[in-house]
Every structure is written in structure tokens, then in C-alpha cells.
Write a protein that binds this ligand. Structure first.
Ligand code: AMP
Ligand code: ZN
Ligand code: FE
Ligand code: FE
Length: 294
């Protein structure tokens, strides 16, 4: 089954509209897609509406998805929620809190950049984000536009990346809280891109244990362009902690990064997190329907 359960649209820091993402997924013969924008389901909602009105209907199962920001022991962590009820109280509360946190963080980032000689960036970043959730990539793009740096990469390296002045995690909820919100919304909590946190194996195990004890269900075993060794290592951690396996490109926009649906095979001994929805689809009527709508 061709599956991609992690990607971004313009509802957060992606470059394509939700409809464009769906069309790209169909073009690339994906059968199941989750749009997992940072802290919002607006991308999923728009994609669902696009697929509902599409003629002809495409053979694409769209899962409700989101990627929540949180902290665990002062480490910024992302938890993907799959198959959540997007309209329930838990989802609304989580997204309202995270939207407020993002706006407040944007002001703090703006203040810090101003002290470094780059004034008035908050309003500019908000303008670039439009209706979507504002994030560090919007600041990065603005710093390039204003000539403060030559590339977004440089913006992250100097000002926005881990440990830099614009890296502010204090406003995010705790890992346990976002996992509970996903569970309360009837969704499946997935620990996003475990390798990206650059932790020692010991500390990564501690994080995974905390995630599992909080109610976490799966790890992203194949994500982006990581090595086969890394995927095997994560598959082993799934076995060890009784977790299922997810896959995702973490696609943001066309370019040199990982393409939508460009996903290496899952190690054989993994239990795919999407099996529950796969069965629902094959038994269900048409595949071009959004799952888990209530
Ligand atoms: P935020 O959600 O605002 O904290 O921003 C996190 C997003 O910034 C990630 O999902 C990536 O899309 C992007 N990002 C993080 N680090 C880098 C980097 N070093 N270079 C480019 N983009 C990055
Ligand atoms: Zn992103
Ligand atoms: Fe992420
Ligand atoms: Fe992501």
C-alpha cells in the first residue's frame, strides 16, 4: 500500500495548498494520505472538502491529521495525531491553546531578533503565514527577503535553529498533554521523526518510554530521507516498547527535500499503524472519503 502519513500544507509552513497536496498524492499514486500541519487541522479540512467535490473521485483515503508541538524534559518534540475527531472538544482546546502559543512565541521571536538588529519581523512573519499557523520557517523566509541572511538554512543556523535565540519552546504544552488530547479525540498518537531530536540512544529510549506510558501508539519508523540503519533501529524500538510503525515524507514543498510519498519500505517486522484504516477502506464503500468523521 502506498502511504504517506506526514506532510504539510500552507495551513502551516508548507508550500502547497491542501488541494494541491491531494492532487500531487493522486498523481504519485498514493492510496492513503494524512495531512499533518503544525498544530492545526485546517489543512486536512480543506483537503477533505476538495476530495469530496472532486470529479472524478480519486482513489485516495485521507486521514484526519495534525502534528502537535510539545516539550519533554526541555526538548521540543512533535507528536502526530492520526484519525482524530477534528471537531471534538479535545481537538478544539489543543489547537486553540497552540495557536495562542504560536502567536505569543512569534512576538517573543520578533523581540529577540529586534535586539539582534532585525526590527519588526513579527508582523512580517504573520503576513507570510496568512491564515495558517505561524512558525519559524516564516521568520526564516522573511529574513532572506529582507537581506539579513542569504538562505533560510542560514537563518536557522544563526537565529532560529536549536539553541539559537529564536528557538523558544517554553510555551509548548507537555508531551503527556498532547498525547492525551489525541487519545481523547479518538486518534492515534505517533511520535514524529525520532531521529531528528538528535538524542543519545539512552535518552531516546527514555523519551519513547515516556511517550508510550502517556498512551502513545506508534513511532515514525520511516520518515524523510533517513538511512536504512536508522529505520531498522527504530523498528527495533517499536518491538521493544510494543509500538506500531508509521511512515511519512514530512514533505513541505517541491524542492531538494523529501518528495511526497517518497518513502522507503518499512522493515518487515513492523506492525503498520495504518492497517486499521486500510481494513476500514477495503470494507467501506468508496475510497475517496475522509476517515473518522463524526
Ligand atoms: P516551528 O514549528 O515554528 O517550531 O518550526 C519547525 C519547522 O521549521 C520544522 O517543521 C521545519 O519545517 C522547519 N525547520 C526546522 N529546522 C530547520 C532547519 N534547520 N532548516 C530549515 N527548516 C527547518
Ligand atoms: Zn514544518
Ligand atoms: Fe516535525
Ligand atoms: Fe512535520
Amino acid at each position: 500500500m502506498r502511504v504517506d502519513l506526514h506532510c504539510h500544507s500552507r495551513a502551516s509552513d508548507g508550500g502547497l495548498t491542501p488541494a494541491e497536496l491531494c492532487e500531487r498524492a493522486l498523481q504519485r499514486s498514493l492510496q492513503m494520505l494524512a495531512i499533518t500541519d503544525h498544530d492545526t487541522v485546517a489543512g486536512y479540512r480543506a483537503a477533505r472538502d476538495h476530495l469530496r467535490s472532486r470529479e472524478p473521485a480519486g482513489a485516495l483515503t485521507l486521514l484526519a491529521g495534525v502534528e502537535y508541538s510539545c516539550v519533554w524534559q526541555n526538548l521540543g518534540v512533535h507528536v502526530v495525531g492520526l484519525g482524530i475527531d477534528i471537531d471534538c472538544e479535545a481537538s478544539r482546546a489543543a489547537q486553540a491553546a497552540l495557536r495562542a502559543a504560536r502567536l505569543q512565541r512569534a512576538e517573543l521571536i520578533g523581540a529577540r531578533l529586534a535586539r539582534l538588529g532585525m526590527p519588526d519581523t513579527c508582523a512580517g512573519a504573520l503576513a507570510l503565514a496568512g491564515d495558517g499557523q505561524v512558525g519559524r520557517p516564516h521568520f526564516a523566509r522573511l529574513l532572506v527577503q529582507r537581506g539579513h541572511v542569504r538562505s533560510e538554512e542560514e537563518a536557522f543556523d544563526r537565529y532560529l535553529g536549536t539553541g539559537r535565540p529564536g528557538d523558544i519552546k517554553a510555551l509548548w504544552p507537555q508531551l503527556e498533554e498532547v498525547v492525551a488530547r489525541i487519545t481523547a479525540a479518538g486518534g492515534v498518537p505517533v511520535l514524529a521523526h525520532p531521529i531528528k531530536y538528535r538524542q543519545t540512544a539512552t535518552r531516546l529510549r527514555k523519551l519513547i518510554l515516556a511517550f508510550q506510558e502517556a498512551g502513545g501508539a506508534a513511532l515514525e519508523v520511516v520518515v524523510g530521507r533517513q538511512s536504512a540503519d536508522e529505520s531498522r533501529f527504530l523498528a527495533q524500538l517499536c518491538r521493544q516498547y510494543g509500538l506500531q510503525a508509521s511512515v511519512g515524507s514530512d514533505f513541505h514543498r517541491p524542492g531538494p527535500w523529501c518528495e511526497l510519498g517518497d518513502i522507503a519500505a518499512l522493515p518487515a517486522d513492523c506492525e503498520p499503524v495504518w492497517r486499521r484504516w486500510q481494513e476500514a477502506t477495503t470494507e467501506g464503500e468508496q475510497s475517496c472519503t475522509a476517515m473518522r468523521e463524526r
